[in-house]
Design a protein around this ligand. Structure first.
Ligand SMILES: Nc1ncnc2c1ncn2[C@@H]1O[C@H](COP(=O)(O)OP(=O)(O)O)[C@@H](O)[C@H]1O
Ligand SMILES: [Mg+2]
Length: 236
């Protein structure tokens, strides 16, 4: 199986000149579940936006064995499902069904296949009955589920989730954790939720100030109070 994600010495500055990534390297095997943690401003979201080509910095990014940037963004975006922190950035159609069907429709699939994939994706996130609902009227937790369904319907093999449980009440948060637990895909998720990390992610990558400062087993890092404190992390 190809390596799911390979990032080598990635540097990125925003157009205003602000540096956000300073030589990030990361390798994720197919089927791995990796948590990306670190304080606000560490560069987590910026890194994630590179994994499906929304941002392009200097350095190499490969997903599922394919180098980004050779006019293959369509394929890359069908492989890497990026779920934004704010579901309102992801959902823009009048109804839930149209949001979930949007990706497969634009891949040029037959309507039957689009319908089948969309239903399956809604089922996978436990929202089968929500197709006709208005996306913008849903709760944040429901929107987050639908946002995940929009990448599942594309049959994404690599899920990149930016703070999937941020801003959720305890029940919605637990719902997302249970949903993620059951997904078979390779997952990279940024989060401040170290309980979530302990439950679902055997490997932790810690970023700070645009660099990867630690990468290893969650059990070891969560027991290392000095490491956690040094990077603004704390177990509740
Ligand atoms: N659009 C932007 N323009 C300029 N700087 C930005 C922009 N977005 C983020 N940054 C800066 O890049 C750095 C990394 O941000 P980000 O990737 O959002 O961090 P994180 O997701 O870890 O909180 C921060 O210093 C942030 O202020
Ligand atoms: Mg962020």
């Amino acid at each position: 199986m190809p390596i799911a994600v390979e990032v080598q010495d990635l540097h990125f500055k925003y157009p205003d000149g602000h540096g956000a990534l300073f030589g990030v390297s990361l390798r994720i095997e197919t089927g791995e579940r990796v948590a990306l943690v670190g304080p606000n401003g560490a560069g987590k979201s910026t890194l994630m936006l590179h994994l499906n080509g929304i941002l392009q910095g200097e350095g190499a990014v490969r997903v599922a064995g394919r180098a980004l940037g050779n006019g293959n963004l369509g394929q890359v975006r069908a492989t890497v499902g990026l779920v934004f922190q704010d579901p309102d950035d992801q959902l823009f159609s009048p109804t839930v069904y149209e949001d979930v069907a949007f990706g497969p429709l634009h891949m040029g699939l037959a309507l039957d296949e689009v319908r089948q994939r969309s239903q399956a994706a809604l089922k996978a996130v436990g929202m089968e009955a929500y197709g006709p609902r208005v996306s913008h009227h849903l709760s944040v937790g429901e929107k987050k589920r639908i946002a995940i369904a929009t990448v599942l319907s594309m049959d994404a093999q690599i899920l990149v989730l930016d703070e999937p449980t941020a801003g959720l009440d305890p029940r919605a948060r637990r719902g997302i954790i249970n949903l993620l637990r059951g997904l078979p895909q390779t997952i990279l998720a940024s989060t401040h939720d170290l309980i979530l990390v302990r439950e679902l992610f055997p490997r932790m990558v810690i970023m700070d100030q645009g660099r990867v400062v630690a990468d290893g087993p969650t059990t070891r890092f969560l027991a290392d109070q000095a490491l956690l404190e040094a990077h603004g992390l704390e177990l509740p």
